[in-house]
Design a protein around this ligand. Structure first.
Ligand SMILES: [Zn+2]
Length: 335
């Protein structure tokens, strides 16, 4: 039955008048859109052409802007990037500040070799698939506070020329920062590293903060460099994997702090531990004999320590070590 003309017009007007909860664009005629436009609808599969057209409306006003590019920004906050979206199509935005606050990438987010000339803000972003920033450079700061990396996160050889914040970020897959350079502050406070994390040959040139981070799997800092103060206090160490802190260069060891954590899974061979600020740390003892070979991790570490003239509570660590029964239930506390 045909609807009265007046009613049809009213409905059409209502639909046209309905705008996105987050912007003024018309809503998608899809119940899954939950009252959002094509950009903000939480839908993994979208019309990529129409999606790109709406994105260009954000990017294009910055073209040829008379104001300095450092003062312009492209705000992509809360956008849900669909599967199959090519991050390269954002290229013209990378010369400005880019705000990806609370965005969701349903597909892979490939930002390899991208040069972010403005601030790159990915706070609370969700990467449902791999997020790859290998060889990318962040010239005015990188903000990944609270970001969720569901799969692999790649920052290999990335360059952070200003502060880099990964505080409270969650890495569920491999986190690869191998050979990355943090020229200023590197903040991983309260981050969660559930998969393998690679910081081999990573250069931390500014203050570094891993305090209260949660390491669940193997972490590798082999040949990393820390030029300024660094905190590993209250780090939750992995229960079955190791933290490789071998051959690490510490320019200011007296400003490197390990407070209130269990170091039984940490390996420090080749790293000069003199002057490091250890406080209330625990080293578990493995059940092996001092004269057996290969010697236990503890023996490795204590040998390394005594070579550097570090002692336990002023007493002879060697006597206590030789006279003790090596069981895992008998930790040694360094105060
Ligand atoms: Zn919208």
């Amino acid at each position: 039955m045909k609807e009265p003309r007046s009613k049809a017009l009213t409905q059409g007007k209502d639909l046209h008048a309905q705008t996105c909860k987050r912007c003024q664009r018309p809503i998608l005629n899809d119940p899954q859109a939950q009252g959002h436009c094509i950009l903000h609808a939480p839908i993994p599969d979208k019309d990529l052409k129409k999606f790109q057209q709406s994105l260009d409306e954000i990017i294009q006003p910055t073209f040829g802007a008379k104001i300095k590019k450092e003062e312009t920004k492209c705000d992509f906050s809360c956008i849900h990037f669909p599967k199959g979206f090519n991050c390269r199509s954002l290229e013209k935005a990378f010369v400005h500040h880019c705000i990806f606050h609370e965005v969701t990438f349903y597909g892979e987010a490939f930002f390899q070799s991208v040069k972010f000339e403005g601030r790159a803000i990915f706070s609370n972003a969700v990467f449902s698939e791999a997020a790859l920033f290998d060889l990318a450079s962040f010239e005015q700061g990188a903000n990944f506070i609270g970001a969720t990396f569901t799969k692999a996160a790649g920052f290999m050889s990335a360059t952070f020329l200003s502060n880099a914040y990964f505080a409270s970020a969650t890495f569920s897959g491999i986190a690869n920062f191998e050979a990355a350079t943090f020229s200023s502050e590197a903040n991983f406070k309260r981050s969660t590293l559930m998969g393998m994390a690679r910081f081999m040959e990573t250069r931390f040139l500014g203050a570094t903060n891993f305090a209260e981070a949660n390491f669940s799997s193997a972490i590798n800092f082999n040949q990393a460099t820390f030029l300024e103060r660094a905190s590993f206090s209250q780090v939750k160490s992995p229960e079955s994997d190791e933290v490789n802190f071998t051959v690490v260069t510490l320019q200011k060891p007296q400003e490197v702090t390990f407070h209130h954590l269990n170091l039984s899974r940490w390996i420090f061979l080749g790293t000069n531990l003199r002057l490091i600020d250890f406080g209330d740390v625990t080293w578990a003892i493995t059940k092996r004999y001092w004269f057996s070979y290969p010697i236990s991790a503890l023996c490795d570490e204590t040998h390394n320590l005594v070579l550097r003239q570090l002692y336990l509570d002023g007493s002879s660590w060697l006597i206590s070590l030789l006279s003790s029964t090596f069981t895992t239930s008998q930790p040694i506390n360094f105060k």
